[in-house]
Design a protein around this ligand. Structure first.
Ligand SMILES: [Zn+2]
Length: 180
């Protein structure tokens, strides 16, 4: 069952990704879906509110789901609230690394931490290949960086020991041929 309601006058305090803080949002449009299972005695209600930031006019969708057997409402925002923003210095990076960095931030935003970690590894490997050429494996590239004096021995040792680098697949090989 669906019920589309006209614009309401309520104002909610919600995080705005553009303003980067909690701001007042007005409701642009609302839609409520309800349902029930009479046999089991369950019911559910999902309200969708399209909210507009009163400061910058950015729009976000809030989904508020209530299930009769769960005392807590499940509230979700699309897009989800951002806690990290791409740094300005990204524009000083080579294009391929800049693109990978944007993907890492997108993965973090979506709480895809494994993907973010793999992306970070790809950034490191891409940077190494650009600097010392491709020596086949992450470990060899790292060694070349150390031999050429681009990184300190202690850092190379740390990265070699870091389990992340040992267990992840060679992500850099899956990245399209980059501007090397
Ligand atoms: Zn805003």
């Amino acid at each position: 069952m669906s019920d589309i309601k006209p614009k309401r006058r309520e104002v909610f305090s919600v995080h705005c990704n553009h303003c980067r803080r909690t701001t007042n949002h007005r409701v642009l449009k609302s839609c409520i879906h309800t349902g029930s299972d009479d046999e089991q005695g369950f019911w559910w209600r999902t309200a969708y509110d399209m909210l507009e930031c009163c400061g910058c006019n950015e729009v976000v969708l809030r989904r508020n789901h209530h299930f009769s057997e769960d005392p807590d409402n499940e509230i979700t925002f699309f897009p989800p609230p951002a806690s990290r923003w791409l740094p300005q210095w990204r524009w000083s990076l080579p294009v391929p690394i800049n693109s990978l960095l944007a993907e890492v931030y997108t993965a973090l935003q979506a709480d895809s931490l494994s993907l973010a970690m793999m992306g970070t590894r790809a950034i490191i490997e891409t940077a190494m290949v650009r600097k010392v050429g491709d020596h086949g494996t992450f470990r060899n590239n790292l060694q070349a960086m150390e031999v050429d004096g681009h990184i300190a021995r202690v850092i190379a040792k740390f990265w070699k020991l870091h389990s992340m680098l040992e267990v992840l697949p060679p992500i850099a090989l899956t990245v399209p041929m980059l501007d090397r």
